[in-house]
Design a protein. Structure first.
Length: 571
Protein backbone atom coordinates (compact mmCIF):
# COMPACT_ATOMS: atom_id res chain seq x y z
CA UNK A 1 0.00 0.00 0.00
CA UNK A 2 1.38 3.40 -0.98
CA UNK A 3 2.16 5.91 1.78
CA UNK A 4 0.82 9.46 1.65
CA UNK A 5 2.53 12.16 3.74
CA UNK A 6 0.96 15.19 5.47
CA UNK A 7 2.94 18.03 7.08
CA UNK A 8 0.56 20.42 8.85
CA UNK A 9 3.15 23.23 8.85
CA UNK A 10 5.26 22.92 5.70
CA UNK A 11 2.88 21.00 3.44
CA UNK A 12 0.51 22.35 0.81
CA UNK A 13 -2.84 21.09 -0.49
CA UNK A 14 -2.45 23.23 -3.60
CA UNK A 15 1.05 22.25 -4.75
CA UNK A 16 1.78 19.14 -2.65
CA UNK A 17 1.86 15.64 -4.13
CA UNK A 18 1.67 13.59 -0.93
CA UNK A 19 5.34 12.58 -1.07
CA UNK A 20 7.88 13.11 1.69
CA UNK A 21 9.46 15.88 -0.42
CA UNK A 22 6.11 17.52 -1.27
CA UNK A 23 3.61 16.58 1.46
CA UNK A 24 0.00 17.70 1.75
CA UNK A 25 -0.99 20.09 4.53
CA UNK A 26 -4.30 18.67 5.77
CA UNK A 27 -5.40 15.13 6.62
CA UNK A 28 -8.86 15.90 5.15
CA UNK A 29 -7.43 16.65 1.68
CA UNK A 30 -5.15 13.61 1.79
CA UNK A 31 -8.08 11.37 2.74
CA UNK A 32 -10.21 12.93 -0.03
CA UNK A 33 -7.47 12.39 -2.61
CA UNK A 34 -6.25 8.96 -1.45
CA UNK A 35 -8.96 7.12 0.49
CA UNK A 36 -7.25 3.72 0.36
CA UNK A 37 -3.64 4.80 1.04
CA UNK A 38 -1.57 4.59 4.23
CA UNK A 39 -1.66 8.11 5.66
CA UNK A 40 1.29 9.43 7.69
CA UNK A 41 1.12 12.82 9.41
CA UNK A 42 3.34 15.14 11.43
CA UNK A 43 2.90 18.55 13.06
CA UNK A 44 6.02 20.16 11.56
CA UNK A 45 9.28 19.27 9.78
CA UNK A 46 11.00 18.59 13.13
CA UNK A 47 8.51 15.86 14.09
CA UNK A 48 8.32 12.23 12.99
CA UNK A 49 5.62 10.99 10.62
CA UNK A 50 2.99 8.85 12.41
CA UNK A 51 -0.32 7.24 11.54
CA UNK A 52 -3.26 9.52 12.46
CA UNK A 53 -5.47 8.70 15.44
CA UNK A 54 -8.99 7.39 14.95
CA UNK A 55 -10.45 10.67 16.22
CA UNK A 56 -8.30 12.62 13.75
CA UNK A 57 -9.43 10.32 10.92
CA UNK A 58 -13.07 10.75 11.95
CA UNK A 59 -12.70 14.53 11.88
CA UNK A 60 -10.81 14.37 8.58
CA UNK A 61 -13.58 12.25 7.07
CA UNK A 62 -16.03 15.11 7.64
CA UNK A 63 -13.58 17.50 6.03
CA UNK A 64 -13.15 15.18 3.03
CA UNK A 65 -16.93 14.95 2.65
CA UNK A 66 -17.03 18.77 2.65
CA UNK A 67 -14.39 18.91 -0.06
CA UNK A 68 -16.39 16.45 -2.15
CA UNK A 69 -19.55 18.53 -1.76
CA UNK A 70 -17.67 21.67 -2.82
CA UNK A 71 -16.27 19.80 -5.83
CA UNK A 72 -19.72 18.65 -6.91
CA UNK A 73 -21.14 22.14 -6.41
CA UNK A 74 -18.32 23.64 -8.45
CA UNK A 75 -18.95 21.11 -11.22
CA UNK A 76 -22.65 21.94 -11.19
CA UNK A 77 -21.91 25.66 -11.34
CA UNK A 78 -19.41 25.15 -14.16
CA UNK A 79 -21.90 23.02 -16.06
CA UNK A 80 -24.64 25.59 -15.52
CA UNK A 81 -22.32 28.40 -16.60
CA UNK A 82 -21.30 26.48 -19.70
CA UNK A 83 -24.96 25.84 -20.50
CA UNK A 84 -25.79 29.53 -20.04
CA UNK A 85 -22.89 30.52 -22.27
CA UNK A 86 -24.02 28.00 -24.86
CA UNK A 87 -27.58 29.31 -24.72
CA UNK A 88 -26.32 32.92 -24.91
CA UNK A 89 -24.11 32.03 -27.87
CA UNK A 90 -27.00 30.32 -29.62
CA UNK A 91 -29.29 33.25 -28.81
CA UNK A 92 -26.74 35.72 -30.19
CA UNK A 93 -26.20 33.61 -33.30
CA UNK A 94 -29.94 33.57 -33.84
CA UNK A 95 -30.18 37.32 -33.28
CA UNK A 96 -27.27 37.90 -35.66
CA UNK A 97 -28.86 35.69 -38.26
CA UNK A 98 -32.15 37.59 -37.94
CA UNK A 99 -30.29 40.93 -38.04
CA UNK A 100 -28.99 40.11 -41.51
CA UNK A 101 -32.55 40.41 -42.78
CA UNK A 102 -32.76 44.04 -41.66
CA UNK A 103 -31.70 46.38 -44.44
CA UNK A 104 -31.49 50.08 -43.65
CA UNK A 105 -32.37 52.57 -46.35
CA UNK A 106 -32.15 56.31 -46.06
CA UNK A 107 -35.64 57.84 -45.95
CA UNK A 108 -35.89 60.16 -48.94
CA UNK A 109 -38.95 61.87 -47.42
CA UNK A 110 -36.81 63.34 -44.64
CA UNK A 111 -35.06 66.70 -45.12
CA UNK A 112 -31.76 66.47 -46.98
CA UNK A 113 -28.83 66.03 -44.57
CA UNK A 114 -26.08 68.64 -44.44
CA UNK A 115 -22.60 67.12 -44.57
CA UNK A 116 -20.42 68.59 -41.85
CA UNK A 117 -17.27 68.18 -39.83
CA UNK A 118 -17.91 67.72 -36.11
CA UNK A 119 -16.23 71.02 -35.27
CA UNK A 120 -18.87 72.92 -37.28
CA UNK A 121 -21.99 71.23 -35.90
CA UNK A 122 -23.07 73.81 -33.31
CA UNK A 123 -24.80 75.94 -35.95
CA UNK A 124 -26.75 72.92 -37.26
CA UNK A 125 -28.65 71.97 -34.10
CA UNK A 126 -32.19 70.90 -34.85
CA UNK A 127 -31.25 69.98 -38.41
CA UNK A 128 -30.48 66.73 -40.16
CA UNK A 129 -26.75 66.25 -40.67
CA UNK A 130 -24.36 63.72 -42.17
CA UNK A 131 -21.05 63.03 -40.41
CA UNK A 132 -18.27 60.53 -40.99
CA UNK A 133 -15.47 59.37 -38.75
CA UNK A 134 -14.05 56.65 -36.52
CA UNK A 135 -15.79 54.87 -33.64
CA UNK A 136 -13.89 56.26 -30.66
CA UNK A 137 -16.06 54.72 -27.95
CA UNK A 138 -18.87 52.19 -28.10
CA UNK A 139 -21.53 51.14 -25.58
CA UNK A 140 -24.63 48.95 -25.90
CA UNK A 141 -27.22 49.72 -23.21
CA UNK A 142 -30.40 47.63 -23.34
CA UNK A 143 -30.59 47.63 -27.11
CA UNK A 144 -29.59 51.29 -27.51
CA UNK A 145 -26.11 51.78 -28.96
CA UNK A 146 -24.10 54.85 -27.99
CA UNK A 147 -21.21 55.80 -30.25
CA UNK A 148 -18.66 58.53 -29.62
CA UNK A 149 -17.55 59.47 -33.13
CA UNK A 150 -14.16 61.04 -33.87
CA UNK A 151 -13.28 62.82 -37.11
CA UNK A 152 -10.11 64.65 -36.08
CA UNK A 153 -11.90 67.96 -35.57
CA UNK A 154 -13.84 66.85 -32.51
CA UNK A 155 -16.01 64.22 -30.86
CA UNK A 156 -19.76 63.60 -31.24
CA UNK A 157 -22.10 61.37 -29.27
CA UNK A 158 -24.43 59.42 -31.55
CA UNK A 159 -27.45 57.34 -30.51
CA UNK A 160 -28.68 54.29 -32.43
CA UNK A 161 -32.08 52.93 -31.42
CA UNK A 162 -34.84 50.85 -32.99
CA UNK A 163 -33.93 49.32 -36.34
CA UNK A 164 -30.67 51.30 -36.59
CA UNK A 165 -29.42 49.39 -33.54
CA UNK A 166 -30.67 45.99 -34.73
CA UNK A 167 -28.78 45.54 -38.00
CA UNK A 168 -25.94 43.05 -38.35
CA UNK A 169 -23.51 45.96 -38.70
CA UNK A 170 -24.75 47.45 -35.42
CA UNK A 171 -24.48 44.18 -33.49
CA UNK A 172 -20.95 43.51 -34.76
CA UNK A 173 -19.63 47.08 -34.69
CA UNK A 174 -16.10 47.49 -33.30
CA UNK A 175 -14.01 50.37 -31.98
CA UNK A 176 -12.01 52.23 -34.67
CA UNK A 177 -14.35 51.18 -37.48
CA UNK A 178 -15.14 54.02 -39.88
CA UNK A 179 -18.81 54.90 -40.26
CA UNK A 180 -21.13 57.41 -41.88
CA UNK A 181 -24.01 58.54 -39.65
CA UNK A 182 -27.08 60.54 -40.64
CA UNK A 183 -29.64 61.95 -38.25
CA UNK A 184 -31.00 64.93 -36.37
CA UNK A 185 -28.63 66.93 -34.18
CA UNK A 186 -30.25 67.66 -30.82
CA UNK A 187 -29.14 69.37 -27.61
CA UNK A 188 -28.45 66.83 -24.87
CA UNK A 189 -31.26 66.47 -22.29
CA UNK A 190 -30.98 68.60 -19.16
CA UNK A 191 -28.70 67.02 -16.60
CA UNK A 192 -26.80 65.03 -19.25
CA UNK A 193 -23.45 65.84 -20.83
CA UNK A 194 -21.90 65.12 -24.21
CA UNK A 195 -19.08 66.63 -26.30
CA UNK A 196 -20.23 69.93 -27.76
CA UNK A 197 -23.46 69.85 -25.73
CA UNK A 198 -25.39 67.97 -28.43
CA UNK A 199 -25.91 64.44 -29.76
CA UNK A 200 -26.96 62.85 -33.03
CA UNK A 201 -30.18 60.86 -33.12
CA UNK A 202 -29.35 58.50 -35.99
CA UNK A 203 -31.94 57.51 -38.59
CA UNK A 204 -29.53 56.03 -41.15
CA UNK A 205 -25.94 54.87 -41.03
CA UNK A 206 -23.43 52.53 -42.66
CA UNK A 207 -20.03 51.01 -41.97
CA UNK A 208 -17.40 52.30 -44.38
CA UNK A 209 -14.48 50.26 -43.04
CA UNK A 210 -14.81 47.64 -40.30
CA UNK A 211 -12.01 47.28 -37.74
CA UNK A 212 -11.23 43.80 -36.44
CA UNK A 213 -12.50 42.42 -33.16
CA UNK A 214 -11.32 39.47 -31.09
CA UNK A 215 -7.60 39.05 -30.46
CA UNK A 216 -6.73 41.70 -33.06
CA UNK A 217 -9.11 44.30 -31.62
CA UNK A 218 -7.72 47.79 -31.21
CA UNK A 219 -7.92 47.67 -27.40
CA UNK A 220 -5.98 44.38 -27.36
CA UNK A 221 -3.14 45.84 -29.39
CA UNK A 222 -2.96 49.08 -27.44
CA UNK A 223 -4.07 50.14 -23.97
CA UNK A 224 -2.97 52.32 -21.05
CA UNK A 225 -0.77 49.52 -19.66
CA UNK A 226 1.19 48.99 -22.88
CA UNK A 227 4.98 49.01 -22.59
CA UNK A 228 6.71 52.21 -23.87
CA UNK A 229 8.46 50.25 -26.63
CA UNK A 230 5.07 48.95 -27.80
CA UNK A 231 3.71 52.50 -27.72
CA UNK A 232 6.65 53.62 -29.88
CA UNK A 233 6.11 50.79 -32.38
CA UNK A 234 2.39 51.57 -32.52
CA UNK A 235 2.76 55.34 -32.63
CA UNK A 236 0.39 55.39 -35.63
CA UNK A 237 -2.34 54.02 -33.35
CA UNK A 238 -1.32 56.04 -30.26
CA UNK A 239 -2.04 59.19 -32.29
CA UNK A 240 -5.75 58.29 -32.23
CA UNK A 241 -5.90 58.79 -28.47
CA UNK A 242 -7.39 61.93 -26.97
CA UNK A 243 -4.16 63.08 -25.32
CA UNK A 244 -1.80 62.44 -28.25
CA UNK A 245 -4.14 64.09 -30.74
CA UNK A 246 -4.67 67.06 -28.40
CA UNK A 247 -0.89 67.58 -28.21
CA UNK A 248 -0.63 67.59 -32.01
CA UNK A 249 -3.56 69.98 -32.37
CA UNK A 250 -1.92 72.32 -29.87
CA UNK A 251 1.36 71.99 -31.77
CA UNK A 252 -0.33 73.12 -35.00
CA UNK A 253 -1.92 76.07 -33.23
CA UNK A 254 1.41 76.89 -31.58
CA UNK A 255 3.21 77.12 -34.92
CA UNK A 256 0.48 79.36 -36.31
CA UNK A 257 0.68 81.59 -33.25
CA UNK A 258 4.47 81.81 -33.54
CA UNK A 259 4.18 82.77 -37.20
CA UNK A 260 1.57 85.44 -36.41
CA UNK A 261 3.75 86.90 -33.65
CA UNK A 262 6.88 86.93 -35.79
CA UNK A 263 5.12 88.47 -38.79
CA UNK A 264 3.68 91.15 -36.51
CA UNK A 265 7.29 92.07 -35.72
CA UNK A 266 8.01 92.41 -39.46
CA UNK A 267 9.90 89.14 -39.90
CA UNK A 268 9.59 87.23 -43.19
CA UNK A 269 9.50 83.44 -43.33
CA UNK A 270 12.01 81.65 -45.56
CA UNK A 271 12.76 77.97 -46.22
CA UNK A 272 16.47 77.09 -45.99
CA UNK A 273 17.90 73.78 -47.26
CA UNK A 274 18.22 70.64 -45.11
CA UNK A 275 21.16 69.29 -47.15
CA UNK A 276 24.29 71.28 -46.30
CA UNK A 277 28.08 71.14 -46.57
CA UNK A 278 28.89 73.26 -43.54
CA UNK A 279 28.63 72.78 -39.80
CA UNK A 280 27.05 75.15 -37.31
CA UNK A 281 27.11 73.48 -33.91
CA UNK A 282 30.25 71.33 -34.21
CA UNK A 283 31.21 68.46 -36.48
CA UNK A 284 30.65 65.71 -33.89
CA UNK A 285 26.87 65.87 -34.21
CA UNK A 286 26.55 65.86 -38.00
CA UNK A 287 24.63 63.17 -39.90
CA UNK A 288 26.76 62.52 -43.00
CA UNK A 289 25.48 61.26 -46.36
CA UNK A 290 26.65 60.93 -49.94
CA UNK A 291 25.13 63.53 -52.25
CA UNK A 292 25.96 62.61 -55.85
CA UNK A 293 29.51 61.82 -54.81
CA UNK A 294 29.88 64.88 -52.58
CA UNK A 295 30.11 64.68 -48.77
CA UNK A 296 26.99 66.35 -47.41
CA UNK A 297 25.24 66.62 -44.05
CA UNK A 298 21.76 66.99 -42.63
CA UNK A 299 21.52 70.50 -41.23
CA UNK A 300 22.08 71.17 -37.54
CA UNK A 301 20.69 74.68 -37.88
CA UNK A 302 19.52 77.06 -40.60
CA UNK A 303 21.16 80.04 -38.94
CA UNK A 304 23.95 80.63 -41.45
CA UNK A 305 21.46 80.72 -44.32
CA UNK A 306 19.15 83.05 -42.42
CA UNK A 307 22.02 85.50 -41.98
CA UNK A 308 22.44 85.69 -45.75
CA UNK A 309 18.80 86.78 -46.07
CA UNK A 310 19.14 89.89 -43.89
CA UNK A 311 20.46 92.23 -46.64
CA UNK A 312 17.75 91.12 -49.07
CA UNK A 313 14.67 90.58 -46.88
CA UNK A 314 15.40 92.22 -43.56
CA UNK A 315 14.62 90.25 -40.41
CA UNK A 316 13.72 86.63 -41.21
CA UNK A 317 12.68 83.37 -39.61
CA UNK A 318 12.16 79.75 -40.57
CA UNK A 319 10.41 76.68 -39.21
CA UNK A 320 12.66 73.85 -40.32
CA UNK A 321 13.79 70.39 -39.24
CA UNK A 322 17.24 70.18 -37.66
CA UNK A 323 19.26 67.02 -37.03
CA UNK A 324 21.74 66.33 -34.24
CA UNK A 325 23.71 63.07 -34.09
CA UNK A 326 23.96 63.10 -30.30
CA UNK A 327 23.72 59.68 -28.67
CA UNK A 328 21.49 61.18 -26.01
CA UNK A 329 18.45 59.47 -24.50
CA UNK A 330 17.29 62.24 -22.15
CA UNK A 331 13.66 63.26 -22.07
CA UNK A 332 14.41 66.56 -23.83
CA UNK A 333 16.55 65.35 -26.75
CA UNK A 334 15.55 64.21 -30.23
CA UNK A 335 17.72 63.30 -33.21
CA UNK A 336 15.32 65.21 -35.47
CA UNK A 337 13.41 68.18 -34.17
CA UNK A 338 11.52 71.20 -35.42
CA UNK A 339 13.69 74.28 -35.15
CA UNK A 340 12.14 77.73 -35.15
CA UNK A 341 14.99 80.14 -35.93
CA UNK A 342 15.19 83.86 -36.51
CA UNK A 343 17.85 86.44 -37.41
CA UNK A 344 17.56 90.17 -36.81
CA UNK A 345 19.73 93.00 -38.15
CA UNK A 346 20.84 96.27 -36.51
CA UNK A 347 20.24 95.15 -32.92
CA UNK A 348 22.13 94.95 -29.64
CA UNK A 349 22.27 92.01 -27.24
CA UNK A 350 19.62 93.48 -24.95
CA UNK A 351 17.36 93.98 -27.99
CA UNK A 352 17.75 90.29 -28.83
CA UNK A 353 16.61 89.12 -25.39
CA UNK A 354 13.74 91.64 -25.42
CA UNK A 355 12.63 90.28 -28.80
CA UNK A 356 12.73 86.62 -27.69
CA UNK A 357 10.72 87.51 -24.57
CA UNK A 358 8.14 89.39 -26.64
CA UNK A 359 7.69 86.55 -29.14
CA UNK A 360 7.31 83.95 -26.37
CA UNK A 361 4.75 85.99 -24.44
CA UNK A 362 2.78 87.17 -27.47
CA UNK A 363 2.58 83.59 -28.77
CA UNK A 364 1.22 82.31 -25.46
CA UNK A 365 -1.23 85.23 -25.27
CA UNK A 366 -2.54 84.38 -28.75
CA UNK A 367 -3.09 80.76 -27.74
CA UNK A 368 -4.91 81.67 -24.54
CA UNK A 369 -7.09 84.23 -26.34
CA UNK A 370 -8.42 81.53 -28.68
CA UNK A 371 -11.13 79.48 -26.88
CA UNK A 372 -10.30 76.31 -28.81
CA UNK A 373 -6.55 76.35 -28.11
CA UNK A 374 -7.09 77.59 -24.55
CA UNK A 375 -9.28 74.50 -24.01
CA UNK A 376 -6.49 72.27 -25.32
CA UNK A 377 -3.99 73.85 -22.93
CA UNK A 378 -6.45 73.44 -20.06
CA UNK A 379 -6.99 69.77 -21.01
CA UNK A 380 -3.28 68.99 -21.15
CA UNK A 381 -1.96 71.37 -18.51
CA UNK A 382 -4.72 72.37 -16.07
CA UNK A 383 -3.99 75.58 -14.23
CA UNK A 384 -1.46 76.84 -16.78
CA UNK A 385 -0.79 80.56 -16.52
CA UNK A 386 1.12 82.78 -18.94
CA UNK A 387 4.69 83.64 -17.92
CA UNK A 388 5.14 86.97 -16.18
CA UNK A 389 7.30 89.65 -17.80
CA UNK A 390 10.05 90.68 -17.54
CA UNK A 391 11.90 87.36 -17.49
CA UNK A 392 14.70 86.95 -14.96
CA UNK A 393 18.16 87.65 -16.42
CA UNK A 394 20.99 85.76 -14.76
CA UNK A 395 24.59 85.87 -15.92
CA UNK A 396 26.54 82.64 -16.33
CA UNK A 397 29.01 83.72 -13.62
CA UNK A 398 26.18 84.50 -11.18
CA UNK A 399 24.57 81.16 -12.02
CA UNK A 400 27.80 79.38 -11.04
CA UNK A 401 27.72 81.22 -7.70
CA UNK A 402 24.03 80.38 -7.21
CA UNK A 403 24.59 76.66 -7.85
CA UNK A 404 27.44 76.53 -5.34
CA UNK A 405 25.47 78.50 -2.74
CA UNK A 406 22.65 75.98 -3.07
CA UNK A 407 24.99 72.95 -2.97
CA UNK A 408 24.05 71.81 -6.46
CA UNK A 409 27.13 69.94 -7.68
CA UNK A 410 28.10 68.09 -10.83
CA UNK A 411 30.03 64.93 -11.68
CA UNK A 412 33.82 65.33 -11.70
CA UNK A 413 35.53 64.38 -14.95
CA UNK A 414 39.15 63.59 -15.88
CA UNK A 415 41.06 65.19 -18.75
CA UNK A 416 39.50 62.75 -21.24
CA UNK A 417 35.98 63.59 -20.09
CA UNK A 418 35.41 60.36 -18.15
CA UNK A 419 33.39 60.53 -14.93
CA UNK A 420 35.59 60.09 -11.83
CA UNK A 421 34.29 57.45 -9.40
CA UNK A 422 34.54 57.21 -5.62
CA UNK A 423 35.79 54.03 -3.92
CA UNK A 424 32.19 52.87 -3.50
CA UNK A 425 31.51 53.20 -7.23
CA UNK A 426 29.42 56.38 -7.00
CA UNK A 427 30.26 59.44 -9.08
CA UNK A 428 32.50 62.00 -7.44
CA UNK A 429 30.55 65.26 -7.09
CA UNK A 430 32.27 68.67 -7.10
CA UNK A 431 31.29 72.35 -7.04
CA UNK A 432 30.93 74.33 -10.26
CA UNK A 433 33.70 76.65 -11.41
CA UNK A 434 33.72 79.28 -14.14
CA UNK A 435 34.45 77.46 -17.38
CA UNK A 436 32.19 74.48 -16.59
CA UNK A 437 29.45 73.59 -19.03
CA UNK A 438 26.52 73.59 -16.61
CA UNK A 439 24.99 70.13 -16.78
CA UNK A 440 21.38 69.66 -17.84
CA UNK A 441 20.33 68.28 -14.43
CA UNK A 442 21.84 71.18 -12.49
CA UNK A 443 20.43 73.73 -14.94
CA UNK A 444 16.95 72.25 -14.70
CA UNK A 445 17.06 72.01 -10.90
CA UNK A 446 18.05 75.67 -10.66
CA UNK A 447 15.21 76.64 -13.01
CA UNK A 448 12.66 74.58 -11.11
CA UNK A 449 13.72 76.09 -7.77
CA UNK A 450 13.53 79.64 -9.11
CA UNK A 451 10.21 78.72 -10.75
CA UNK A 452 10.20 81.26 -13.57
CA UNK A 453 11.62 81.80 -17.08
CA UNK A 454 15.32 82.67 -16.92
CA UNK A 455 17.62 84.22 -19.48
CA UNK A 456 20.99 82.64 -18.64
CA UNK A 457 23.52 84.79 -20.50
CA UNK A 458 27.19 85.54 -21.02
CA UNK A 459 28.68 82.05 -21.52
CA UNK A 460 32.44 81.49 -21.89
CA UNK A 461 33.57 81.46 -25.53
CA UNK A 462 35.03 77.93 -25.26
CA UNK A 463 31.54 76.55 -24.53
CA UNK A 464 29.86 78.19 -27.50
CA UNK A 465 29.85 78.05 -31.30
CA UNK A 466 32.49 79.78 -33.41
CA UNK A 467 30.16 82.46 -34.81
CA UNK A 468 29.14 84.06 -31.49
CA UNK A 469 30.18 87.62 -30.74
CA UNK A 470 32.54 88.06 -27.78
CA UNK A 471 32.27 90.57 -24.96
CA UNK A 472 35.32 92.88 -25.24
CA UNK A 473 38.10 92.14 -22.73
CA UNK A 474 38.76 89.17 -20.46
CA UNK A 475 36.47 88.35 -17.57
CA UNK A 476 36.68 86.17 -14.47
CA UNK A 477 39.78 83.92 -14.32
CA UNK A 478 40.88 85.14 -17.75
CA UNK A 479 37.83 83.74 -19.51
CA UNK A 480 36.43 85.46 -22.59
CA UNK A 481 32.64 85.60 -22.60
CA UNK A 482 30.11 85.79 -25.40
CA UNK A 483 26.97 87.80 -26.00
CA UNK A 484 24.90 84.65 -25.83
CA UNK A 485 21.84 83.49 -23.93
CA UNK A 486 19.73 80.43 -23.19
CA UNK A 487 16.10 80.77 -22.17
CA UNK A 488 15.26 78.26 -19.46
CA UNK A 489 11.72 77.21 -18.55
CA UNK A 490 10.64 75.35 -15.39
CA UNK A 491 10.10 71.64 -15.93
CA UNK A 492 11.96 71.55 -19.24
CA UNK A 493 15.12 73.60 -19.06
CA UNK A 494 16.59 75.23 -22.17
CA UNK A 495 14.05 75.95 -24.92
CA UNK A 496 15.84 78.81 -26.74
CA UNK A 497 19.48 79.45 -27.52
CA UNK A 498 20.57 82.76 -29.03
CA UNK A 499 23.47 85.12 -29.48
CA UNK A 500 24.84 88.11 -31.26
CA UNK A 501 26.86 87.05 -34.31
CA UNK A 502 30.40 88.03 -35.22
CA UNK A 503 30.08 90.98 -37.61
CA UNK A 504 33.79 91.63 -38.28
CA UNK A 505 35.39 89.58 -41.09
CA UNK A 506 38.84 89.39 -39.49
CA UNK A 507 37.33 88.20 -36.23
CA UNK A 508 35.35 85.57 -38.13
CA UNK A 509 38.49 84.26 -39.87
CA UNK A 510 40.18 84.06 -36.47
CA UNK A 511 37.22 82.00 -35.21
CA UNK A 512 37.51 79.66 -38.19
CA UNK A 513 41.20 79.14 -37.41
CA UNK A 514 40.60 78.60 -33.69
CA UNK A 515 38.04 75.87 -34.41
CA UNK A 516 40.10 74.26 -37.19
CA UNK A 517 37.43 75.05 -39.80
CA UNK A 518 38.35 75.44 -43.46
CA UNK A 519 36.79 78.79 -44.44
CA UNK A 520 36.50 77.89 -48.12
CA UNK A 521 33.06 76.22 -47.97
CA UNK A 522 31.83 79.19 -45.91
CA UNK A 523 32.62 81.81 -48.57
CA UNK A 524 28.94 82.73 -48.93
CA UNK A 525 28.64 83.17 -45.16
CA UNK A 526 31.85 85.20 -44.92
CA UNK A 527 30.63 87.51 -47.69
CA UNK A 528 27.99 88.86 -45.30
CA UNK A 529 30.85 90.63 -43.50
CA UNK A 530 32.46 91.71 -46.77
CA UNK A 531 29.52 93.35 -48.49
CA UNK A 532 28.01 95.66 -45.91
CA UNK A 533 28.32 94.11 -42.46
CA UNK A 534 26.11 95.07 -39.52
CA UNK A 535 25.50 94.12 -35.92
CA UNK A 536 23.03 91.27 -35.91
CA UNK A 537 21.86 88.36 -33.79
CA UNK A 538 19.47 85.48 -33.75
CA UNK A 539 18.15 82.47 -31.92
CA UNK A 540 16.81 78.95 -32.28
CA UNK A 541 13.79 77.62 -30.42
CA UNK A 542 13.07 73.90 -30.03
CA UNK A 543 9.37 73.57 -30.86
CA UNK A 544 9.04 70.19 -29.11
CA UNK A 545 10.64 71.55 -25.93
CA UNK A 546 8.42 74.61 -25.96
CA UNK A 547 5.38 72.40 -26.46
CA UNK A 548 6.48 70.07 -23.65
CA UNK A 549 6.56 73.11 -21.34
CA UNK A 550 3.23 74.47 -22.58
CA UNK A 551 1.40 71.11 -22.46
CA UNK A 552 3.18 69.76 -19.38
CA UNK A 553 4.51 66.68 -21.17
CA UNK A 554 7.18 64.59 -19.46
CA UNK A 555 9.23 64.06 -22.62
CA UNK A 556 9.63 65.83 -25.95
CA UNK A 557 8.93 62.48 -27.60
CA UNK A 558 5.25 63.09 -26.89
CA UNK A 559 5.46 66.38 -28.78
CA UNK A 560 6.59 65.04 -32.15
CA UNK A 561 4.43 63.30 -34.74
CA UNK A 562 6.89 60.43 -35.21
CA UNK A 563 9.81 61.08 -32.84
CA UNK A 564 13.33 60.04 -33.74
CA UNK A 565 15.97 59.29 -31.13
CA UNK A 566 19.08 57.05 -31.15
CA UNK A 567 17.95 53.59 -32.22
CA UNK A 568 14.45 54.69 -33.21
CA UNK A 569 13.65 55.42 -36.85
CA UNK A 570 10.30 53.60 -37.07
CA UNK A 571 7.49 53.68 -37.83
Amino acid sequence: MASIYIDETAGSDETGKGTQEQPYQTLAFALYSHSDALLLIRKDPNSEYEEPTQSALKKAKKGADGIEKKRKKAEELAERDAQQKKEERERREKVLEESKKIVLEEDSSLPAATKSKIVNLAELRGKRVRVSGWVHRLRDQKGIIFIVLRDGTGYLQCVLSGLTAQTYSALTLTIESTVELVGTLQPVPEGKTAPGGHELSVDFWQVLGAAPGGDDAFTNRLNEKSDPSILADLRHLVLRGETASAVLKLRAALLNAFRDALVSHDLIEVTPPCLVQTQVEGGATLFKLDYYGQPTFLTQSSQLYLETCLPALGDVFCVQESFRAENSHTRRHLSEYTHLEAELAFIKFEDLMDHIESIICETVDRLLANPRTAALIQQLNPGFTAPVRPFMRLSYVDAIKWLNEHSIQHEAEDAEGNVIKNDDGTSKMVDHVVGDDIAEAAERRMTDILGCPIFLHGFPAELKAFYMKKVPGAGADGHVFTESCDLLMPGVGEIVGGSMRISDMDELFAAYKREGIDPSPYYWFTDQRKYGTCEHGGYGLGVERFLAWLANRYTVRECSLYPRWPGRATP
